[in-house]
Design a protein around this ligand. Structure first.
Ligand SMILES: [Zn+2]
Length: 414
């Protein structure tokens, strides 16, 4: 508790420091970095623990053939609207597995999501507000996952050879729909959004967008300060819902130059069409996972092993196992793609604003504020980081400044 109070005080002092301009070289706070390393290490251990719990659960399930036992237990739900498709039994099976997992890992969820971020001064939510967010998130993912599973089992029953291809196509369609709806239907469940008011920042952004010959569909403030002390910004949505979103935690505490650099970074994602690239790479990953599930089911879902066929609800743990393995193996790949897109957006921000000093002071202050580990071990960065490390991003800005002064006109840094 004492530590938490100290951190808050520290942040306040930081905010009240008179020179917030980019001429003052901001420094990584060694004490905050020490805490950031600790925080990241604890979170990695908790992640591993969560993984171990899930793995142990699957081993127990297969070892004691609880997968078959649960199917037989749910036999009363075995209603078949179509030959071989058991939508109620699948739903029951999924809910029992999910509920068991959530209950077993509840202490971990509470510690990772609520206790730890509060202890490190990152979360300011009450327990009730946190629980309400958790419940909403769970409900949303149950609905989406259940819909996907019902589709998978329907097609497993009716198109046993090509089901994976159809599922991938339908999922691609829905990921595009969801990307469209997320900023208008889903995220407002968790945060309040208001349009960025007219003023200097908006003018600067419009000038940046003008130079990029890109129409920005909207800039919104996300009111996140009631939940977290961390600052963030993002590009969200597709088509008419495509928008740049800036956390009020960022707007309130950074200089106009620093915020302009953040806006330029998000505009870079916008100009590069990064949401489409993410949807495309995610869809390829889904296709791969579904194909491997297909091979696994055709190999293992046999009567000799106790399964009634491909669309037997008891194959659900097999599906979970294969998709978890594919997800884990592809995580570093997905992160590498993301780090590359982030590097490109940084480059765009530096090129369009020319403000490498503001970029550096913004990054430094973000690391201090968000407890971001500035220099993670190389393996940690490769496995877990979807953004380049703060150290690399600072080096990027320094290299840019050198390039700039090499071909110098002496104008850009003003
Ligand atoms: Zn970004």
């Amino acid at each position: 508790m004492q530590q938490e109070r100290y951190e808050r005080a520290d942040q306040l002092n930081e905010d009240q420091r008179p020179e917030k301009t980019s001429e003052t070289e901001a420094q990584l706070d060694p004490q905050r970095q020490q805490q950031a390393r600790e925080y990241a290490r604890i979170r990695r251990r908790l992640w591993l623990l969560g993984l171990a719990i899930a793995a142990a659960g699957l081993v127990i399930l297969f070892l004691f053939r609880l997968d078959l036992w649960l199917r037989d237990l749910l036999q009363p739900l075995a209603w078949q609207p179509l030959a071989g498709w058991y939508p109620l039994q699948v739903a029951g099976y999924f809910l029992v597995l999910l509920l068991t997992y959530e209950l077993v890992s509840a202490p971990l969820t509470l510690y990772r999501g609520y206790i730890l971020p509060r202890r490190y001064g990152l979360s300011v939510q009450t327990l009730a507000a946190w629980l309400s967010d958790l419940g909403k998130g769970l409900l949303l993912s149950v609905i989406l996952e259940l819909a996907a599973l019902e589709l998978i089992y329907l097609l497993l029953a009716t198109q046993p050879l090509t089901w994976w291809l159809w599922v991938a196509l339908v999922m691609l369609f829905f990921s595009v729909v969801l990307a469209n709806l997320a900023p208008v239907l889903i995220l407002p469940l968790f945060y309040r959004f208001t349009p960025l008011p007219d003023g200097e920042l908006k003018t600067r952004l419009l000038a940046l967008a003008e130079r990029a010959r890109t129409r920005v569909r909207g800039v919104f403030t996300m009111h996140m300060s009631s939940k977290t002390t961390a600052a963030n910004a993002a590009l969200m949505g597709l088509g008419n819902t495509r928008r740049i979103v800036i956390g009020d935690t960022l707007l309130n505490q950074y200089t106009p130059d620093e915020i302009e650099v953040v806006l330029a970074h998000e505009l870079g994602h916008h100009v590069h069409g990064d949401i489409w690239k993410l949807i495309a790479s995610q869809s390829l990953l889904t296709l791969l996972a579904l194909y491997l599930i297909n091979l696994t089911l055709h190999g293992l879902a046999t009567p000799q092993l106790g399964y009634h066929g491909l669309a037997d609800p008891a194959t659900l743990p097999l599906i979970a196992l294969v998709s978890a393995i594919v997800g884990l193996i592809c995580m570093p790949l997905g992160n590498a793609v993301s780090r590359y897109l982030e590097y490109q957006a940084d480059e765009y921000a530096l090129l369009t604003t020319g403000k490498s000093e503001a970029f550096r002071s913004m990054m430094t202050r973000l690391a201090n504020q968000n407890l971001a580990e500035a220099e993670p071990a190389p393996l940690v960065e490769i496995l877990f980081h979807d953004h380049p490390s703060i150290k690399r991003r600072l080096e990027h800005a320094e290299a840019f400044a050198r390039r700039q002064s090499g071909s110098d006109l002496g104008l850009a840094s003003r």
